[in-house]
Ligand binder design. Structure first.
Ligand code: GLC
Length: 597
């Protein structure tokens, strides 16, 4: 009996050790990617030559996705392949793309080897439907790109549209849902004769491939693709290039064995800190492939903020360019990448190899936080989007005291004074911001920082907003800002909410409540701290005019509840009890606590 227990214990330990080993190996395999954080996506194929216009008509979809033009504008295959003649091979030079990525501070390039149109952009032996053959050149753009990446020390990955293929007779396009599904056998013919052999080519002829990026944005179970087919892809990649990463848009969840990182929805930035590796692919305007009719470009600060906010949640950012059929990168893309590169050359230590702190996401109104370990120290980077006019940067949530605080400027690092009290670090700022886009302040700690993830964060200029987001309990439904009404809690039953606040300056504070109440009688509320109570009947509120004559919305009003006295420095609990009922709802926006002037 004893022996059997020992045996099963040993077996458990072996399995546990093997599991720990395999997750350690996986982390090691994906480490270059989680360190890189920033890469270049390139959408380039036959569609680039259509430029989002077909026979005088714009793309038939307001998302502007020009790489979808063959499908959206119902272009016959023979006419579509004719676009190959527009490619200007005398000008096309993939090394330019690599140099641009390098200058932008990007660590990998991901190019659409085959997009949904089914046309390989390399000289594929598997299918004549390839750019080299169709445009009558002996060039292989992927060979040239691979050589340039090697020369400039840039990782290379391939996007491969596995699920959709609009040119193969047995491939899938969404219209199959109406026109009669192709059979599983037919689809498997496509899979065995095109997908697997082409992936084999890509993984054999172009040196080390850092990742294959697949593109299926729904669960594979709701598609024609079978689990076995996807597993075949994983084993092929593992056999030919064991170090090559695979993204979740293969059709599996991020934790499926063989999936190395999660890809979010297009342009969908992270919302919470996520432990496993992940990235967002993003566009500079809307389209991925070149679209002549684009004119809504994101600004450089917006793009930088997308990168930084993902890193602060442990994610990365793969930013797209859509070169034209002569290889040229649109000027608007170039300027943004160059500006990002300049910023990263100066502030890159706050992005590469960084992750985030597990505080509430988005809790500071001035920006985001990234962090990394460096020679046994922890560096915390405050990414300041908005430079406070009162010259104090208020950080909440770190209990440890930094050894030093430094602002990164064009002229190097400048030491800043700071104070530490409870979970607050107040940093004295100079007049001039460290950067036009995002200023970075590096805080250095001798040991891993100790966090207080519960304390409500201070606002710029001081003051504490107690909201649904920073309350200790999730008792009530939380409604996000809907464009007119502020975010609020729907208080529809009696209950108690608690906030944890730190008071660094003792004294008398004003307490205000911002709310809407559409009941007939109003709702009684009481906020308390220690033995102090402030009670009030919050009377019914009405509507407010948004636009003359046609648009009204719930009015949220601000009531002074009274004064609370905090006699000494330290933590306090603030509670709110509301005497609400189902038919007597109180919509609570926030309680605002601010030191009396
Ligand atoms: C989408 C689109 C595609 C684009 C991709 C990039 O899935 O179908 O055109 O390549 O996202 O993220």
């Amino acid at each position: 009996m004893m022996k059997r227990t020992m045996l099963s214990l040993m077996l458990c330990l072996t399995i546990f050790a093997a599991h720990a080993q395999s997750t350690a190996d996986e982390r090691e395999k994906v480490k270059w990617f989680t360190d890189a954080r920033f890469g270049m996506f390139i959408h380039w194929g036959l569609y680039s030559a259509a430029e989002g216009i077909w026979e005088g008509e714009r793309l038939r979809n307001s998302n502007n996705y020009a790489e979808w033009i063959r499908y959206r504008n119902r272009i016959p295959e023979a006419e579509y392949t004719g676009l190959a003649k527009r490619f200007d091979w005398a000008k096309i030079n993939p090394e330019q793309w690599v140099l641009l990525a390098k200058k932008a501070g990007m660590k990998y390039i991901l190019i659409t080897a085959k997009h949904h149109d089914g046309t390989a952009i390399w000289n594929s032996k598997v299918s004549d439907n390839n750019l080299s053959k169709l445009s009558g050149t002996n060039r292989d753009v992927l060979k040239e790109l691979a050589a340039a990446c090697k020369k400039h020390d840039m990782k290379l990955g391939f996007y491969y549209s596995h699920w959709l293929d609009w040119e193969h007779p047995d491939g899938w396009d969404h219209n199959q849902e109406i026109t009669g599904r192709i059979t599983d056998e037919q689809y498997n013919k496509y899979w065995q004769s095109k997908v697997l052999p082409q992936l084999r080519e890509l993984l054999t002829n172009y040196g080390d491939i850092a990742m294959i990026w697949f593109d299926m944005w729904v669960d594979y179970k709701s598609t024609i693709v079978k689990k076995e087919q996807l597993d075949q892809v994983i084993s092929l990649i593992h056999k030919l290039q064991p170090a090559c990463l695979i993204n979740s848009r293969l059709g599996f969840p991020a934790n499926y064995p063989g999936i190395d990182f999660e890809t979010m929805g297009d342009n969908q930035l992270g919302a919470v800190y996520t432990d496993h590796p992940w990235e967002t692919s993003g566009t500079i305007a809307n389209s991925w492939g070149y679209n002549a009719l684009e004119n809504e470009y994101k600004s450089t600060s917006q793009l930088l903020q997308s990168l930084i906010s993902n890193v602060s949640l442990n994610g990365g950012f793969t930013l797209n360019i859509g070169p034209r059929a002569d290889g040229a990168v649109p000027y608007e893309d170039q300027t943004r990448l160059n500006e990002m590169g300049t910023w990263l050359a100066k502030n890159g230590e706050s992005v590469y190899g960084c992750t985030g702190l597990k505080l509430r996401p988005d809790q500071h109104d001035w920006g985001r936080i990234t962090t990394k370990k460096l020679n046994n120290k922890q560096i915390v980077y405050l990414q300041v989007y908005n430079w406070p006019l009162d010259k104090v940067l208020r950080l909440t949530g770190i209990l440890s005291k930094p050894e030093k605080a430094e602002l990164i400027t064009d002229a190097g690092k400048v030491a800043l004074n700071f104070t530490q009290a409870g979970p607050y670090t107040h940093i004295q700022l100079p007049d001039v911001a460290g950067d036009h886009f995002v200023s970075v302040i590096a805080l250095e700690y001798p040991q891993p920082v100790e966090l207080d993830e519960k304390a409500a964060a201070e606002s710029t200029f001081g003051g504490l907003a107690l909201t649904g987001a920073n309350a200790s309990e999730k008792l009530y439904k939380s409604v996000p800002f809907d464009g007119l009404r502020p975010s609020h809690l729907v208080i529809d039953k009696a209950g108690l909410l608690t906030w944890r606040v730190y008071i660094s300056t003792p004294g008398t504070y004003n307490a205000d409540v911002s709310f809407h109440n559409s009941s007939k009688t109003g709702t009684s509320v009481k906020i308390s701290t220690g033995s102090q109570n402030l009670s009030q009947l919050l009377k019914p509120t009405g509507k407010v005019v948004v636009e003359p004559h046609d648009s009204y919305t719930d009015e949220f009003v601000n009531n002074r509840l009274g004064e609370l006295n905090f006699p000494k420095e330290g933590y306090y609990n603030i509670t709110l009890t509301a005497d609400a009922k189902e038919n007597q709802k109180l919509l609570l926006n926030r309680i605002w606590l601010n030191k009396k002037p």
